[in-house]
Unconditional design. Structure first.
Ligand code: UD1
Ligand code: CA
Length: 454
């Protein structure tokens, strides 16, 4: 039987007060709708139909790489109307999961449970019971069986006391959607076509309406404003942090950790407070990350220690490396094992060989540095002539003196040494010493100027 996923994403999201469509607002670094599409993909759905409206072009562009079928709802006449516009593309048979683009944390497990419960009945929904369900559609039951969903605005005083509400996530047989949706009316308090009315239609058809509850409440939390977005971000972060800790990652304080993507971590990885991990990162065994680091799309091999406030992006770091504090690795930085990178060192598109060191204040860009070399404090690779980038090649066991300007393209041979303060514009042969600096001038018994007395 085919499984389809229908995602409602046409709403305006007025309360976000943003020029960005609501479903593109990020949660844990990914658009809300991106989370839902990702979950739909994990379910191996035969097709994913997304209903768009407001900001449609931006939304479609953001997911151009995804295999999603887009259906436009030009006027937002209600959730029932939204699903109705998919009927021309919806297969006659099979079952559809109906999800909301602004309910990003629903899990594969809960949706599988929903599908299991709904396949025989033809209709099922995810509900949740809370102390106060104000605002939500209430689940009306008789003898324990669902009879209807009544929207808050249409509900009686008595019905408003019901604590079980509709989360807006359903599984419905396609045949039934084709049958029921054309029959919806907008004769209600909001003048909208309510998708929720299909529950009463199911009862009229003699069907039983299945229901499941999510394992965790945040799975069904929707985002309507920035306050809810921030609250859900925290809940999602806590959930991810817990999963990492269960896998053996030592987070010093899970409430001060942010993962905006995926972290593959070995054993005994230790992460201090206020670290942000973005994109996809892999940390080997015993990696330690100091406080305040921001690490994006970077692989760090076993035993490497990163001191506080270091910022990495698209870098590859070997094992037993020492970095920071305040180090910056930009895209293409590749550090072999046992490299030392100290404070205020910036590395871009540069390979640094085993055991080499740049411990203080340096810019290493577009360079190849061999093994066992030492880069003095304040050294700059002058890689850019204002038009083009050029390479600096530094061999093995090189000693670059303090405060060198290495004007690329330039090659420093194996075992070579450069004097402090040199501006190196020509290649240096293996095992040579190159010094480029003017001679020191000295005046004996020099008298400094005196302040003129008035
Ligand atoms: C809906 C449910 C309510 C449930 C609540 C859960 C109905 C009538 N009510 O209420 O029972 O408790 O969700 O959050 O369905 N959308 C469209 N096109 C439209 C209208 C809405 O795409 O014409 C999308 C919205 O962008 C949103 C989702 O559908 O993603 C839900 O719409 P929303 O207006 O938030 O529904 P509620 O009135 O809150
Ligand atoms: Ca809503």
């Amino acid at each position: 039987m085919s499984t389809n996923v229908i995602i409602l994403a046409a709403g305006k999201g007025t309360r976000m007060r943003s020029s960005l469509p609501k479903v593109l607002q990020p949660l844990a670094g990914r658009p809300l709708l991106g989370h839902v599409i990702e979950t739909a993909k994990k379910l191996n759905a035969d097709n994913i139909i997304t209903i768009f409206g407001h900001g449609g072009e931006l939304v479609q562009q953001a997911f151009a790489a995804e295999n999603v079928q887009w259906v436009e709802q030009t006027e937002q006449l209600g959730t029932g109307h939204a699903v109705k516009v998919t009927l021309p593309v919806l297969p006659a048979d099979g079952i559809s999961l109906i999800l909301s683009g602004d309910v990003p944390c629903i899990t594969q497990d809960t949706l599988k449970k929903l599908l299991d419960a709904s396949t025989s009945t033809g209709i099922g929904l995810v509900t949740l019971t809370v102390a106060d369900a104000t605002g939500y559609g209430r689940i009306v039951r008789e003898n324990g069986k669902i009879q209807a969903i009544v929207e808050h605005k249409d509900a009686s005083e008595e019905q408003r006391k019901i604590k079980e509400f509709n989360t807006g996530i359903y599984a419905v047989s396609n045949a039934k959607l084709h049958q029921w949706l054309p029959q919806l009316s907008n004769n209600n308090a909001q003048g909208e076509y309510y998708l929720t009315d299909i529950v009463a239609m199911a009862i009229a058809d003699g069907l039983e309406v299945a229901s499941v509850e999510p394992e965790r409440a945040f799975e069904v939390e929707g985002v309507n404003d920035r306050i809810q977005l921030a609250a859900l971000e925290r809940e999602f972060q806590q959930y991810q942090a817990k999963q990492l800790m269960q896998q053996g990652v030592h987070l010093i304080d899970p409430s001060r950790f942010d993962l905006r993507g995926k972290l593959n971590a070995g054993s005994d990885v230790r992460i201090d407070i206020n670290v942000i991990i973005e994109g996809e990162c892999t940390f080997g065994n015993n990696v330690e990350i100091g406080a305040g680091c921001i690490i994006k799309n970077t692989d760090i091999a076993a035993g490497t220690k990163v001191q506080p406030y270091s910022v990495f992006e698209n870098a590859v770091i070997g094992s037993d490396v020492q970095i920071g504090p305040f180090a910056r690795l930009r895209p293409g930085a590749k550090l072999a094992d046992e490299v030392h990178i100290g404070n205020f060192v910036e590395v871009k598109n540069t390979h640094i060989g085993t055991g080499s060191k740049a411990n203080h204040f340096a810019y290493l860009g577009d360079a190849e540095i061999g093994a066992g070399s030492n880069i003095g404090a304040g050294t700059i690779t002058c890689n850019y002539d204002g038009a083009n980038k050029h390479k600096t090649i530094i061999g093995d066991n090189v000693f670059i003196g303090t405060n060198n300007s290495l004007v690329a393209p330039v090659r420093i041979g194996n075992g070579a040494t450069t004097g402090a303060g040199s501006t190196i514009t020509r290649d240096v042969a293996d095992h040579s010493l190159a010094v480029e600096r003017s001679k020191q001038f000295e005046k004996e018994n020099y008298q400094r100027p005196q302040k003129i007395k008035k």
